[in-house]
Design a protein around this ligand. Sequence first.
Ligand code: ZN
Length: 287
Amino acid sequence: MPRFTSRVAVGVLGVLAAAGVAGAEPKLAVSPAAVHPGDAVVVSVLGATSMPEGKAGGQPLHFFPAKAGYQAVFATALDINEDHVLVEVTGGPKPVSVPVTPVTFPETKLVVEDEMANPPKADRERIDADNHAIEQSYAKAAGAPLFTRGFRRPAGAATSKFGEWRTFNDGHRSQHLGLDLGESENTKVAAINAGTVVLVRDTFLAGNVVVVAHGAGISSLYFHLSKASVAEGDTVAQGAELGRVGHTGRTTGPHLHLSIHVSGGLVDPTSFLALPLAPAATPPAGT
Ligand SMILES: [Zn+2]
């Protein structure tokens, strides 16, 4: 009887409005209160009676219904050159300025097979196609959240953090846009939350890749798997096996590489996992 229930809810809101309670301006809260480039941020709007609209750093926010009010997640740009991000929501609340603290990411040197450090032209074309497929998959995370619980960090000690600069074989230099977790070969890789598998691909650099779309613009990416245990289109619960830890692609040994993409870019998974995300308890029907 969902229709009846929602009428009751509207009726209660109407009573509150009549009592003057819902007349208050919506409240805007941003977490964390200060960020580094590459950090994930959650914006919460309390007391709004309809889906808010807003911007962070001039880019539109994509809100979803939360347990209380509405939330939206965005990425602090890695190459941001301002000392703050301005979060604005239409309809009354005062904008919030989030200070950005610059960070110097560590530099490391890694030695890999030469064809991985300096790929020939044919492989570079494959790398471009891989990157394109991964970027295309992010759009499939748009829409309502497919999860109701908090995200769960995979096991394993961090062996390489987000943002580290790597020089391969004293040549190619690139930035590490994920979190490496030390795990032995063939350990189960579990979905960090419920969602839909939107990409399963054998890539040149990241090896066997699985991408899970969680809704709310959030995607989780799992690299270097020895094998994938899921297919594109599969619905997965939190903790479901996606594959097994391996060392496929450009690696120096078996580990799980976890990347998180939110609206605006790839973010530091550690910052993302600390966000106070609280989507509405029941995902909307039809998702
Ligand atoms: Zn990695």
